[in-house]
Design a protein. Structure first.
Length: 158
């Protein structure tokens, strides 16, 4: 299963379209918030399921949930924007993922891409396609197959 991950799009519909074009076919999308309202744009472009959470910049009208749990291909995925777990956020997100019994934690907020194993949990931050803080605009991809270790990559837009 090939999954696309984006977030911190901040209302930039052209960045969303650029990610979808660059990613090509995926079986579903995760959106890490800021702005969760951007999922409406994504829904107009793709015809696959979309999981989303709200971020610290999301308005209170029509915003997504604070966290999301999904079970896919034998993996439990927990997603949150991440702004409530800052400080030593890598450790904090791994601990939070442990509480959720997650194998994978997807988050955003920092606008800095990250793929890292911490305490047996795969942490993924796709960065930002609209306001990257380090390097090029980015998104993530996740590969899941029942009985296999998940694999994630960061992809960069040029």
């Amino acid at each position: 299963m090939r999954i696309g991950i984006m977030g911190d799009t901040h209302g930039d519909t052209e960045a969303i379209r650029a990610v979808v074009r660059a990613a090509g076919p995926v079986e579903l999308w995760f959106h890490t918030g800021d702005y969760s309202q951007d999922v409406r744009c994504l829904e107009g472009i793709v015809d696959v399921p979309i999981y989303s959470v709200c971020g610290n910049c999301d308005s209170y009208m029509d915003r997504a949930a604070v966290e999301c749990l999904a079970k896919l291909e034998g993996s439990t995925i927990a997603m949150t924007h991440g702004h409530r777990l800052m400080g030593d956020y890598v450790k904090n997100l791994a601990v939070w993922g442990g509480f959720k019994k997650a194998d994978i934690v997807i988050f955003g907020h920092t606008h800095v891409p990250l793929v890292q194993w911490e305490e047996g949990i795969l942490l993924i931050n796709p960065g930002s396609p609209s306001r990257p803080r380090r390097g090029l605009p980015s998104y993530g991809e996740l590969y899941l197959k029942q009985g296999h270790k998940p694999v994630a990559n960061i992809c960069y837009l040029e």
